[in-house]
Design a protein around this ligand. Structure first.
Ligand code: DC
Length: 228
């Protein structure tokens, strides 16, 4: 299987939390020599800024204003994206539960999404990028060379998240409830709800190992690069 080519693809990976997008996107990007961009980290950075500035995450206009006055940058590294907000490294902070919840709420607003999509397109337009999120194949890059929708059984996704966060007992219950609520919000919001693009390849990682998922994705890339 050959993955080397002059051609630099745009690869979109969408799906719900816990399906394995981040791991697959980062391993694939490394293999191809592409950059991996975690679009969700941008929603998280704006959510953090809202928290820091006492701006309600449920009101669109002040959030858009805040976004326009923000400098949000993703720097791909081997260990994932470094997230910069107004020049400060907030990579760890944006993964904390309050920001996770706020990010999901921030992302329901159509005008916030417009701002995000515009910036995400700028970042990926030259190709050589694996961008992951919820609306990459449907909205950000509807003409992406490869679109993957990675899903998994909700129970398995929950278990993976709990293992990742080393959560047990009451903490695990809270985390599970939060994940379910976030899922519901992401799938039911009016604008760009989480959904597979009509031309996305759907992969279910419930019964697959990371290596197996990666292998299937690499096969798609090899086929595309071979011109079929
Ligand atoms: O992928 P993540 O968990 O870091 O994303 C954080 C939130 O941002 C998530 O609740 C949904 C939202 N999001 C989105 O609406 N569209 C994207 N392309 C990426 C993330």
């Amino acid at each position: 299987m050959t993955l080397t080519s002059e051609r630099k693809l745009i690869i979109a990976i969408d799906g719900p939390a816990g399906a394995g997008k981040s791991t697959i996107a980062s391993r694939l990007a490394r293999k191809l020599g592409y950059v991996n961009l975690e679009s969700g980290a941008m929603y998280r950075a704006l959510a953090l800024k809202a928290i820091q500035n006492d701006v309600s995450v449920d009101e669109e206009a002040p959030l858009v204003q805040l976004a326009r006055n923000s400098w949000i940058k993703l720097e791909p590294t081997l260990g994932g994206n470094r997230v910069l907000l107004d020049g400060r490294d907030v990579s760890q902070r944006v993964r904390e539960p309050d920001v996770t919840d706020a990010a999901s709420r921030v992302s329901v607003h159509p005008k916030v999404r417009e701002w995000m999509v515009e910036h995400q397109r700028e970042m990926g337009v030259g190709g050589g990028v694996v961008m992951e999120g919820r609306d990459i194949g449907t909205k950000v890059f509807p003409d992406a060379d490869i679109k993957i929708f990675l899903d998994a059984d909700p129970v398995i996704r929950e278990q993976r998240r709990l293992t990742q966060q080393h959560a047990k007992g009451a903490a695990a219950e809270i985390l599970s409830a939060e994940l379910r609520e976030r899922d519901r919000r992401d799938r039911t919001r009016a604008v760009s709800p989480l959904a597979a693009a009509a031309d996305a390849v759907k992969l279910d990682s419930t019964a697959l190992s990371e290596d197996e998922v990666l292998q299937r994705v690499e096969e798609l890339v090899a086929k595309k690069l071979a011109g079929s």
